[in-house]
Design a protein around this ligand. Structure first.
Ligand SMILES: [Zn+2]
Length: 548
């Protein structure tokens, strides 16, 4: 079929949680790339009888573009030959490109494969301001997906100087300016203060913060102060997405206490805590790990201003890639070391560490991580605020989403998998307590599209009401939910039929999602001076604003 300006998707079973539609047989009408309430009778029809219809998927946290992702691609050449992707045969004139997959696919492969799963929007979760231009260039080459990125703040020299000087208003103006010049979408904080401290070295070269009140250089700069400053800035600037926080102590036993302290530090205001699974461990340093999912979810359930994505670990190959340089040092040198890895300093701004990794179900820690993620999902009272991610490619690739959906929807399958994993650290896991919940299709629609769209403030995404972007996915219903969600029958992006009878047919360019908040321009005078004194890039050449 072609992609007509008017299309009636007729008689499918529709799941559209934003509009309160839960498994109702109805038509979805599209005109000029948008959802409309009705169409003339003679409009072209797509018979969706027996199919499940949902809005296009929205990924709130994924690593798909920019210098760190590109480093990750370089680090695993063996994956490229093992997963070569020939250029697809497209039906229209859009350029089809070959590429490679593996845990960190090339740009074109990323767009094609996300669309092949029914996803039409994704957020790149961590771009250093200096990498903004590169990230935009890669997103330009990532077809189909509407995409934006979160800009790394919270370990950058200029911000920490403003906090040290008590210049809260200037810190907010700086954040607003930075979002605008980088064409970013939201503020991302990674291990606040910890990366800055790591970069300042120390006798053993492994410095990091351990909690919210550690001192970072100046006595008036602490992780708590960084969180408070940027959390308040994001809300004062009325950004569509609040501050997006990767808390301190990622991956450490006992880190749930830091996670709860971070949530409380931003209590009463909107804040998003990412890949919560990696931050929900009990126990203590030097002692066995255990799950603290119950404690963390008790807080999240009781605080409607707090949202999270899970960062589920899936068994198999992954590539851990993060601005959290010290945690990657830990991972690279743990259990005997010998792993290949990189650790990159991004001047004045951030860090980056990458370690290719395999989560094995027979490994005790990986099994615990897998269980903790599932516990978070299954203990969540409000799926709108506890949304699906694997922190691609950190906990597993986005291609594992269908398997994750099956684990959430099919208890007997989950229990069977649970028996096969290493049990050593699972004592106290809610999974062993007969956590019997099974997600419904409506709840899956919430955690994979409606919820992330709402948390991102994307009012035209994640739903099928009039005015929404015509991003629609049609699945053939199948009791095997992994199979069902891995192979959508049709995917429409902005009204264009990109997947037809399971085959990729068209690959239009995606839109860029960015913000440009207002600020007092007096800050730029001070910034210009700071650049002249400290940076290798001139102020005029900084950022990634569109060339006029
Ligand atoms: Zn991430």
């Amino acid at each position: 079929m072609s992609s007509p300006a008017r299309l009636r998707i007729a008689g499918g079973t529709v799941y559209d949680p934003t509009n309160g539609v839960d498994g109702v047989v109805r038509d979805v009408c599209i005109e000029d790339g948008r959802i409309v309430a009705e169409l003339p009778r003679d409009a072209q029809r797509l018979d969706a009888g027996g199919m499940v219809v949902m809005p296009g998927g929205v990924d709130i946290h994924s690593h798909i573009a920019g210098p760190s992702v590109n480093h990750a691609r370089r680090l695993s050449p063996e994956e490229h030959a093992a997963d070569a992707m020939p250029a697809p045969r497209l039906e229209d004139a859009t350029l089809a490109r070959s590429g490679t997959g593996g845990t960190v696919p090339t740009t074109f492969a990323t767009g094609y494969r996300y669309a092949g799963l029914g996803y039409t929007t994704a957020m790149e979760a961590a771009v250093a301001p200096l990498g903004a231009r590169h990230a935009h260039a890669e997103l330009d080459d990532t077809p189909i997906l509407d995409a934006g990125f979160f800009v790394l703040l919270g370990n950058d020299d200029y911000l920490l100087r403003q906090i040290a000087a008590g210049e809260t208003a200037r810190a907010r103006d700086y954040a607003a300016w930075l979002l605008g010049v980088t064409r970013g979408y939201a503020i991302k904080i990674v291990n606040p203060g910890g990366v800055a401290l790591w970069k300042s070295g120390g006798s053993d070269g492994t410095r990091n913060v351990t909690g919210l009140d550690d001192i970072v250089g100046s006595t008036s700069v602490t992780p708590r102060k960084i969180l408070e400053t940027l959390g308040a800035a994001a809300n004062a600037l009325a950004l569509p997405h609040p501050v997006h926080v990767h808390s301190n102590n990622l991956g450490q036993p006992g880190n749930y206490a830091t996670t709860l302290a971070s949530m409380k530090a931003l209590g009463g205001q909107r804040a998003h805590f990412t890949h919560l699974q990696f931050h929900s461990y009990g126990g203590e340093r030097g002692k066995p790990w255990q799950s603290a999912a119950r404690d963390v979810m008790e807080y999240v359930n009781a605080h409607p201003e707090t949202s999270v994505d899970v960062g589920q670990v899936m068994f198999g190959p992954a590539t851990t890639v993060t601005a959290d340089s010290p945690v990657e040092h830990l991972l690279a040198t743990s259990t005997g070391g010998g792993r290949k890895w990189v650790n990159v300093d991004i001047e004045l701004e951030s860090g980056c560490g990458i370690v290719p990794y395999v989560y094995k179900e027979k490994a005790a820690v990986a099994a615990l991580q897998w269980a903790v993620g599932l516990e978070l999902f299954l203990l969540a009272k409000d799926p709108w605020r506890v949304v699906l991610s694997t922190d691609h490619p950190n906990g597993g690739t986005f291609l594992s989403y269908p398997e994750l959906i099956r684990l959430l929807m099919d208890r007997s399958y989950r229990d069977e998998r649970l028996k096969a994993v290493n049990q050593k650290l699972l004592g106290g896991s809610a999974l062993l307590d007969g956590l019997s919940r099974e997600y419904t299709l409506q709840e899956i629609a919430i955690v994979t599209r409606a919820g992330p769209a709402r948390l991102l403030g994307l009012t035209n995404k994640g739903h099928l009401g009039p005015g929404a972007d015509a991003d629609v996915t049609l699945y053939t219903s199948d009791a095997d939910r992994a199979k069902m969600f891995a192979t959508p029958r049709y995917v429409l992006k902005g009204g264009t039929v990109v997947v037809e009878e399971g085959q990729l047919r068209r690959a239009p360019a995606g839109q860029r999602l960015s913000v440009r908040p207002e600020y007092d321009t007096a800050v730029t005078k001070d910034l210009r001076r700071f650049f002249e004194q400290n940076a290798t890039v001139s102020f005029a050449n900084y950022g990634a604003e569109a060339v006029p």
